[in-house]
Design a protein around this ligand. Structure first.
Ligand SMILES: Nc1ncnc2c1ncn2[C@@H]1O[C@H](COP(=O)(O)OP(=O)(O)OP(=O)(O)O)[C@@H](O)[C@H]1O
Ligand SMILES: [Mg+2]
Length: 262
C-alpha cells in the first residue's frame, strides 16, 4: 500500500497534516482514558491506531468524531479547530466513522440506509445535489450492488459492515475513521475487507483505522500510532512499532490473542 501512496503523492504539500491531534485528553472519573495524546494524519495516508484492549483507542475516535467532548487538547482538521464541536459539525467538516459494534438502520433497506447518509452528506459542499445514482454507485464501491432492496437486518455480518462503510462514505468524508472494521471477519472475508479499504484509499481516501488484525495492519498501514493507558507509546511503520519492546510489553497480558502475536 505504501508504494501506491508514495506514487500518488510526490508533492510535499499533499502530505501536510490533514488531521492534527494535540494534547487530547478525556477522563472517566479517575481513569485517564485518553491522556495528552498527540499525532498527525497526512492527506493520503492510512494510519493505524493500535494498542491493547482498554488503551483508549475508541475513546480517541469518539473525541475526534465528536461523540465525546474532550477535557482538553486540540483536534485540527484542514486547519479548523474541531475539539468539542458537535458530531454533525465534524461530519460536515469532512470526517466520517464506523463503529466497533456495527450500527446500521436495521429495518430500512440497504438503499435507504445509504440514501439517509447521502441526504446528510449533500448538505456539505456548495451545490452538492442528491443524485439518485450516487447511492447505487456507493453500494457498488463496497460490493453491495446486488443487495440494494434487502433489509439491512437480513444481511450477513460482513455485508452489514460494508453497508456501514457505504453510509459513512455517503457523508462524503475526506477522512474515514474505522473502529475495528475488520474484526470478526473470517479469513476469506478478511482478504475482501483489506482489498476494500485499499480500493477506497486508491480513490484518494485518507484513513485512520483502529485495528487488532496485525496482518491487515502490516499490509495496509503507512504508519502506526500505538496507545497504552491512554497515552501514545510508539509511532512508526508497522514493522517498527510491532518490533518495539515497549509495544510488545504493552500487549503482554492483553487477552486479545491476535494482538499478543506481535
Ligand atoms: N463511557 C465510558 N465511561 C466510563 N469508562 C469508559 C467509558 N468509555 C470507555 N471507558 C474506559 O476507558 C478506557 C478506554 O476504553 P476504550 O473503549 O477507549 O478502549 P479501546 O482501546 O477502544 O479498547 P478495545 O480494544 O477493547 O476496544 C477503558 O478502561 C474503558 O473501560
Ligand atoms: Mg475500542
Amino acid at each position: 500500500m505504501s508504494a501506491a501512496v508514495r506514487h500518488h503523492a510526490p508533492d510535499p504539500a499533499a502530505r501536510r497534516p490533514l488531521l492534527q491531534v494535540q494534547g487530547l485528553a478525556r477522563a472517566f472519573g479517575g481513569l485517564r482514558a485518553v491522556d495528552a495524546l498527540s499525532f498527525d494524519v497526512a492527506a493520503g495516508e492510512i494510519v493505524g491506531l493500535l494498542g491493547p484492549n482498554g488503551s483508549g483507542k475508541t475513546t480517541a475516535l469518539n473525541l475526534i468524531s465528536g461523540a465525546l467532548r474532550p477535557d482538553g487538547g486540540s483536534v485540527r482538521f484542514q486547519g479548523l479547530e474541531l475539539a468539542g464541536q458537535p458530531a454533525h459539525r465534524i461530519v460536515r467538516a469532512g470526517i466520517a466513522r464506523t463503529f466497533q459494534l456495527v450500527r446500521v438502520f436495521q429495518s430500512m433497506t440497504v438503499l435507504q440506509n445509504v440514501q439517509a447518509g447521502l441526504m446528510f452528506g449533500a448538505s456539505r459542499g456548495a451545490g452538492a445535489g442528491l443524485d439518485p445514482g450516487d447511492a447505487q454507485l456507493l453500494l457498488g464501491q463496497v460490493g453491495l450492488a446486488g443487495q440494494a432492496a434487502r433489509r439491512a437486518d437480513e444481511l450477513t455480518y460482513i455485508d452489514q459492515k460494508r453497508l456501514e462503510l457505504a453510509r459513512a462514505l455517503a457523508l462524503r468524508p475526506r477522512l474515514l475513521l474505522l473502529d475495528e472494521w475488520l474484526a470478526g471477519l473470517n479469513p476469506s472475508e478478511l482478504v475482501e475487507g483489506v482489498a476494500l479499504i485499499r480500493s477506497l484509499h486508491a480513490r484518494g481516501m485518507t484513513v485512520l483505522m483502529v485495528e487488532h488484525v496485525m496482518d491487515a495492519i502490516r499490509t495496509l498501514c503507512d504508519r502506526c500510532v500505538v496507545m497504552s493507558s491512554g497515552a501514545r507509546i510508539a509511532e512508526g511503520t508497522p514493522a517498527e512499532v510491532l518490533s518495539d519492546p515497549k509495544v510488545v510489553q504493552a500487549y503482554l497480558g492483553d487477552d486479545d490473542l491476535e494482538a499478543a502475536h506481535v
